[in-house]
Design a protein around this ligand. Structure first.
Ligand code: FAD
Length: 316
């Protein structure tokens, strides 16, 4: 089923959904099932699976020189989606990124998904590679997520990149995109970022999933700003509970978001062994307020931690 149809059918109901990361290469599918099995009790209509592009690593050689090697540390996104659909009978949403893909490779990836019966995707640009100071697309790859959305939308009309195909079979992908209540870090200001978000919707995206936030007011302000900009698609809030003191600095560094003063003060005052408890309580309160405001779905960035997500869901 298309994700947008869940939202349209749900009316005032708030779903929960989860995002999982493929295990590190060498891991097992059980790493994913161990996270998801207990969470199935909460009846998520869909699960997101992230995509991780190839990275460069530098291995020190006996000579003292470093050898540059390209590896994908977390492959398996599409296989994991198929395995989730098979085991739980629910939809799985692969994340598809611009980084590392030419438009032809994107087309082929979409054909694979279509043949597998996966008809939902979250279309993203992806981040810069480690050791690169900005996002660099592949030659003949997409520079922005909006271009990826357009390609998928074209395929939904039977328009393929391969110019030899005159009348291709139309696909039927429901496309989600990312939104940033605290602005994407590269955007010069919030209104320009919002304008780019609107372009993604105009290009064919049906819903938005947000970056994590810890202050619901930021989300509500973002919702209002979207409405003013003429963005009227469902907006799904993404949440991640804080579980350790060191995340007070690592999360803003990685995701460019702010922590509310009250939450930081509470965590700083307490022993680190209580951080998880404080984080769960904070997230529970966020969820309760979001539910009251009738958000269509609350999306949890599980990051492999089923226990914390379970404890939150038990309380809401
Ligand atoms: P875009 O929408 O392309 O925006 C990127 C920047 O460019 C923004 O500052 C925007 O304002 C600007 N911009 C957009 N269009 C234009 C234009 N036409 N001209 C000028 N500027 C423009 N990353 C992964 O690698 N794998 C994942 O699985 C993954 N999952 C994610 C899931 C969610 C819900 C979120 C919020 C993020 C995820 N990311 C993932 C991270 C994401 O790839 C990064 O945040 C990335 O930096 C931006 O992606 P985007 O799709 O928002 O890009």
């Amino acid at each position: 089923m298309k994700i947008i149809d869940y939202f349209l059918k749900a009316k005032d109901k708030t779903f929960v959904s989860f995002e999982v990361l493929p295990p590190l290469k060498g891991g097992s599918m059980n790493d994913i099932f161990n996270v998801l099995d207990p969470l199935m009790e909460f009846k998520p209509p869909f699960i997101d699976v992230t995509y991780h592009r190839q990275e460069y690593i530098y291995n020190k050689q006996p000579t003292g020189y470093y050898e540059k090697i390209a590896i994908r540390k977390r492959p398996g996104t599409v296989g994991i989606c198929a395995a989730i659909m098979h085991r739980y009978g629910i939809d799985a949403i692969p994340h598809l990124i611009c980084g590392g893909f030419t438009v032809e490779e994107t087309e082929n990836a979409l054909i694979d998904l279509n043949f597998l019966g996966i008809n939902n995707v979250l279309a993203l640009r992806g981040d810069a590679r480690q050791f690169e100071d900005r996002f660099i697309p592949e030659p003949n790859g997409h520079k922005y997520a909006v271009d990826l959305v357009s390609q998928i939308h074209d395929m939904n009309q039977g328009i393929y990149q391969d110019s030899n195909i005159e009348k291709g079979t139309p696909t039927d992908f429901c496309i989600g995109v990312a939104g940033y209540p605290e602005k994407h870090f590269e955007a010069p200001n919030a209104s320009i970022d919002l304008h780019h978000l609107k372009m993604k919707i105009k290009a064919g995206a049906s819903y938005i999933v947000t970056q994590m936030f810890f202050d619901n007011n930021k989300f509500f302000q973002f919702q209002d700003a979207c409405t003013k900009e003429g963005i009227n698609v469902p907006i799904v809030p993404g949440l991640k509970p804080i579980t350790s003191k060191k995340q007070l600095t690592s999360i803003p560094r990685k995701f460019y978001i702010n922590f509310p003063e009250e939450l930081v003060n509470e965590i700083m005052k307490a022993d680190d062994k209580f951080t998880k408890e404080i984080g769960i309580e904070w997230c529970v309160n966020q969820c309760k307020e979001l539910k009251k405001k009738n958000v269509p779905c609350i999306h949890f960035y599980t990051m492999g931690d089923a226990d914390t997500t379970y404890k939150i869901l038990e309380k809401i």
